[in-house]
Ligand binder design. Sequence first.
Ligand SMILES: C[S@@+](CC[C@H](N)C(=O)[O-])C[C@H]1O[C@@H](n2cnc3c(N)ncnc32)[C@H](O)[C@@H]1O
Length: 256
Amino acid sequence: MPTNKKVLSQKKDLVLCEDGSYTLFSHDFNEPYHSTKDGALHESLEKHVKPSLALKANEEKLTILDICFGLGYNTFATLYYIQKHKLKTKIHILSPEFDEDLVRSLDSFKFPPEFDDIKHIIKVVSKDFYYEDEQFKIEVLLGDARQSIPNITEKIDIIYQDAFSPAHNPLLWTYEWFKDVRALCHDDAILTTYSTAAAIRLGLYENGFYIFVHRAEMMRYSTVASLKMLEGLEYIDMELKKVRNTEARSMKDEDY
Ligand SMILES: C[S@@+](CC[C@H](N)C(=O)[O-])C[C@H]1O[C@@H](n2cnc3c(N)ncnc32)[C@H](O)[C@@H]1O
């Protein structure tokens, strides 16, 4: 099992994004936690929460794998969206994260006003790494995601694939990583990610995912992958891509 050998300095700077929400810049990974142009909250909502919940609109209960927890924007934006639209869907979120101090610090993070109504949930998660009420259950799985993912026993409906970039966080983007993720999935699971790279789409495709382009307003396009063919989305024929780009390869664990 590949493990992350990074020794974290934990140095981070607060950064204001163009949508008015705050994110951090990680000196360990040499990149921000969110696209500062798209904005932390805007990116979470448009690239992950809205497309996923639209595709799974008729489900009574959804289990979401949030890779990785970070500042918790994807998790908290999911709760915000569900409450704002008065949806009855029960949500269980599992989210690996190896930066325990970061999660502990979230109680005092400058989150956007949209999260004001869930402040009590943020407080509990940052202290207990766990929260549960009648509708929401959140579990932060402390430790290396490559170790924690194979131990998950729940079946997953939605994956938010939101690790740092493939260049800086390669072990969370390889063919083998997606194989472990795929093993947890329901047969109609979907995955959302900001990455549109051929190598990443190939790693998903080689694990049985169909690949689609997702477009949203004021946002760079992103990727939706699905284990079931979807109607009404912009489909990408990966066999054709392979013919046109014979150099393209999925990333492999052995290379890192
Ligand atoms: C881009 S940030 C995630 C942003 C997050 N989705 C949000 O909305 O705030 C990537 C996160 O992955 C975590 N991470 C990186 N490699 C990891 C690993 N192997 N296991 C667990 N967490 C990891 C980092 O500590 C960081 O918090």
